[in-house]
Design a protein around this ligand. Structure first.
Ligand code: BT5
Length: 327
């Protein structure tokens, strides 16, 4: 695409001005065509300075999702090998599922700047205003069905690692895979299995992160926060997506090598409520006890009345003793 070629030239000459004439000669198009595309790029959020005698200089790339910027930021070999980015989708998981059914490849990533009907687990609603990172990855890892389910745990660790690298921010993981800051949910993960398990195992890993928007844009009833509320500033969604994919790729490779214990340890390092008295809600039943840890398969271990009981994710909910989401 002409726009990408222009960006390529400008990015190859950082802090330098490139004349419209030189760019047009290099790309074999008119200067008017260059001017037109620069205008579109500016509308997309690229800061490009134009000076009459000197030409154009790329000052800043946009913080909003942009395929070219994301491609540049990627440091992976398989995840992000193919990117689908739409301004709005019903749900990135839904689109990724469709792509997977049509033969989508391992590592294909689907992103939307906004979701109209984003989904959580058990068909719960996931609010997805503009400014968030709504991303799904098609994974066809070399793992059994039982082990593939560990990828949702791996994704929560990958998101936490990215937050630490980029923002020096330590976020906790609330079992099984909610990411929380000061007891408020900042991100959620939805893993869904597609198709025939006996042949190629496909997992759609959906990650929803509240980033560049205020808390007011979500329903007041939610125990939620956003990165903007914490940092008081916008961040580059492309860098965030690329960094999460980098850590997720590492996790996928290490799970394929059966490094399950390493994942369990990393997960436990981030767990909130560990060693504390908690409540487990299973339908109308309530179990109270000490949150001892997780099994190698990610089931929660609760010490109650001198016994250890394990709960797998699904219908079960974890609460603090005082019934808070989790402090
Ligand atoms: C989750 O479900 O936490 C998984 C969320 C996954 C969302 C991503 S976005 C990209 C991809 N495409 C999709 O359509 N989905 C994935 P669960 O643990 O069931 O939590 C859902 C609950 O979180 C809801 O019932 C609300 O209480 C709460 N919630 C909804 N939107 C929220 C938000 N933006 N921030 C914090 N909490 C929210």
């Amino acid at each position: 695409m002409l726009r990408d070629d222009i960006l390529q030239i400008l990015a190859a000459h950082p802090e330098k001005y490139m004349s419209g004439e030189r760019i047009s000669q290099q790309l074999n198009v008119t200067r008017a065509a260059i001017w037109k595309q620069i205008k579109v790029l500016k509308e997309e959020g690229f800061e490009i300075e134009g000076q009459t005698k000197k030409g154009y200089c790329l000052l800043k790339t946009p913080f909003s999702l942009n395929e070219w910027v994301l491609q540049k930021a990627l440091r992976t070999t398989s995840l992000g090998c193919k990117i689908t980015l739409e301004d709005e989708l019903e749900s990135t998981n839904l689109r990724a599922k469709e792509l997977a059914q049509q033969g989508g490849i391992h590592g294909q990533v689907v992103l939307a700047r906004r979701q109209s009907t984003g989904r959580g687990r058990l068909q719960r609603q996931w609010e997805s205003p503009r400014g968030g990172l709504w991303m799904s990855v098609v994974l066809r890892p070399n793992l059994s069905l039982a082990d593939a389910s560990k990828l949702t745990l791996a994704a929560s660790v990958a998101i936490a690692d990215a937050f630490e690298e980029l923002f020096s921010l330590r976020i906790g993981i609330k079992w099984p895979n909610d990411l929380v800051f000061n007891g408020l949910k900042i991100a959620g993960i939805l893993g869904e299995v597609v198709g025939e398990w006996n042949t190629v195992q496909t997992l759609i890993l959906g990650m929803g992160i509240n980033v560049n928007f205020t808390r007011k844009q979500l329903s007041p009833s939610l125990n939620a926060t956003t990165l903007f509320e914490i940092l008081k500033d916008d961040v580059d969604l492309n860098i965030l997506a690329a960094t999460i994919l980098k850590y997720l790729e590492k996790q996928v490779i290490s799970l394929e090598k059966k490094a399950f214990e390493e994942l369990r340890v990393c997960w436990l390092e981030r767990a909130v409520g560990l060693g504390e008295e908690v409540k487990i809600l299973q339908g109308k039943q309530v179990f109270q006890g000490i949150f001892k840890g997780i099994t190698i398969d990610g089931a929660l271990l609760l010490e109650t009345e001198g016994e250890e009981k394990s709960f797998s994710a699904g219908e079960v909910q974890l609460r603090s003793k005082v019934n808070n989401y989790l402090l």
